[in-house]
Design a protein around this ligand. Structure first.
Ligand code: F0G
Length: 540
């Protein structure tokens, strides 16, 4: 070999490796995987009129649009939409479908200990997905709290004077728009609750309260950890109303807040506050590996640690977590609820594990399979191994980031820095300068037009999180107004996402022509974005 020549080119190749996550390096690096199976789309891309007709029939609700008619990117959710690896499929073929204590159950316990730490494998409750775990936790916790004969405090509108006025006002406002006949006495704080988590909390007579950090939205765009919790607000809440707080939650990454990560420093600070008041701290851990990647790449002192080490450090700080394996479990179905051995959850609620076991038997199945097939448990085990791989995560988060950068280059305002699993289009910014009011729900209009273009996005803003009570709309507080493009794991190539970006570019260019929508059905319903129907407003 002519070493001087090959050396020259090797050094040129090396130069092309940095900066790692932007062009041209991003395109010089190949994907760390290749396709082992493909699914051809069965519909024509250029049949825009047919999609318009289908959409009209679906009342412009993208959840009701048949997936088989989407030729482009289906970015409705990153949940359960993962392409599984050959290793996962091969392990699933070896699934053990015994009724009790199947092989997959023991493998999952071992994998949980390896991924999250040794103290996590004893109190492992399997569920078929995340919200089933949420329902089990909050219904049984509420049972314990309200069974206690001595609830020593009154309704939430008699709040302590020590509570910071802004926080008190926000709690009162939330109570005002609750549909419950029985007012909640307890509060569950979180950086931001996901919609099903909040709904499960409310259903069980507790108030879900979001305490996002100040940099969260509309704040410092350079802050790498905009998913953090406002620790000052949390301290004030516990100081003033500690008896009403049965547990504290942190959602990693913060999905409702833009898929933004939570720093190790923030997790530690929240854990210290929880410890001071002896209150259990739990993760909503759906995207734990993506969160760990951000810590490795954005927080001082973590650059040389492996993702696995960072994950174990994060989970050493909490007493419990629930997880939907449909995200960072890299599977199409599955979830779990876990309490740390000898953690504060067990200490404070000793009867809870037995109640949850009963709940599981009544609603899901024997605790050793919890509503999942034995083969699916094996898929989760393999998924948990794959997801902490540095190369997998570099590519995964890099891809979402490149999608965001492409949109920004087209002038489309997005939440930045881009989070782990999705790009969040800022709808207030998108329609700035046009004749638009909140009641137009232009996020819904945008998802409808994107659907006609061939791509499915999801409105997560004034319609999804707002409420219609007392004859008027109440926007979410704190205000969020996004359309989300959630990128399924291992499913799309950058080329596909570029096509979706192109559709958005055209829509943004002609944004003043996009009308608002009228809600023709379901405006006042709970979880209304899953059920409502719309039509474009005439003449606006
Ligand atoms: N918590 C978070 C943070 C989530 O993002 C989700 C689901 C859940 C809990 C519930 O899990 O779907 O398995 O019952 N998020 C999906 C999404 C649906 O599109 O963001 P699940």
């Amino acid at each position: 070999m002519a070493e001087n020549v090959t050396n020259f080119f090797i050094s040129k190749f090396r130069e092309l490796l940095t900066p790692e996550f932007s062009e041209p390096a991003a395109y010089f690096r190949p994907r760390p995987y290749r396709n082992a199976a493909v699914r051809f789309t069965s519909c024509r891309f250029d049949d825009f009129e047919q999609r318009r007709a289908i959409l009209e029939k679906a009342g412009m609700n993208v959840f009701l649009f048949p997936a088989s008619q989407i030729p482009g990117c289906d970015l409705l959710s990153d949940s359960g939409t993962t392409t599984m690896t050959m290793e996962q499929w091969s392990r699933m073929l070896l699934g053990d479908e015994a009724y009790g204590s199947n092989e997959g159950f023991f493998e999952l316990k071992d994998q949980v200990a390896e991924t999250f730490g040794a103290r996590w494998s004893e109190n492992l409750f399997i569920f078929h997905q995340g919200r089933a775990a949420e329902s089990a936790l909050f219904s049984n916790l509420s049972g314990i709290l309200y069974d206690e004969k001595t609830v020593a405090f009154g309704p939430l509108d008699s709040l302590s004077e020590r509570l910071e006025p802004g926080l008190a006002a926000s709690i009162r406002k939330k109570i005002g728009i609750l549909q419950k006949s029985e007012a909640p006495l307890y509060i569950i704080p979180n950086n931001s609750h996901f919609d099903t988590t909040a709904a499960n909390i409310e259903k069980n007579r507790m108030l879900p309260l979001d305490l996002p950090c100040r940099e969260h939205i509309g704040g410092d765009a350079d802050c790498p950890f905009r998913g953090n919790m406002d620790t000052q607000a949390l301290s004030n809440l516990l100081e003033a109303e500690g008896d009403r707080i049965p547990l504290i939650y942190l959602t990693i990454t913060n999905n409702t807040g833009g898929g933004q990560p939570v720093s190790m420093a923030n997790i530690r600070a929240v854990a210290e506050i929880a410890e001071k008041y002896s209150i259990p701290l739990l993760f909503d851990a759906c995207r734990f590996a993506e969160n760990a990647w951000f810590i490795r790449h954005g927080e001082t002192g973590y650059g040389s640690k492996s993702i696995g080490e960072i994950v174990r450090e994060m989970f050493a700080l909490v007493d419990g977590f629930h997880i939907s394996f449909k995200k960072d479990g890299l599977v199409n179905i599955g979830g779990a609820l876990l309490f740390k051995e000898k953690g504060r959850m067990q200490e404070r609620y000793p009867g809870l594990t037995n109640r949850i076991t009963d709940h599981q038997i009544l609603t899901e199945g024997h605790p050793t399979y919890g509503g999942m097939a034995g083969r699916d448990l094996k898929g989760v085990v393999e998924g948990l191994r794959t997801v902490v791989g540095q190369e997998y995560l570099d590519y995964r988060i890099g891809q979402v980031r490149r999608f965001g950068q492409r949109l920004q280059r087209c002038g489309i305002p997005i939440l930045s820095p881009v989070g782990g699993h999705a790009v969040y289009i800022d709808i207030d910014g998108f329609f700035e300068g046009t004749d638009t009011s909140d009641g137009d729900f232009k996020g819904i209009s945008l998802t409808a037009l994107l659907m006609i273009a061939g791509h499915r996005f999801c409105e997560l803003g004034l319609f999804a999180f707002g409420r219609y009570r007392g004859g008027r709309e109440h926007p979410p507080d704190p205000r969020v107004n996004f359309v989300r493009g959630a990128v399924p794991r291992l499913a799309y190539e950058d080329r596909d996402l570029a096509a979706a970006a192109e559709a958005l570019r055209i829509l943004h260019e002609h944004r003043e022509r996009i009308p608002g929508v009228e809600v023709t059905y379901g405006r006042e319903l709970s979880l209304r974005h899953f059920k409502s129907r719309f039509r474009f407003k005439a003449g606006k």
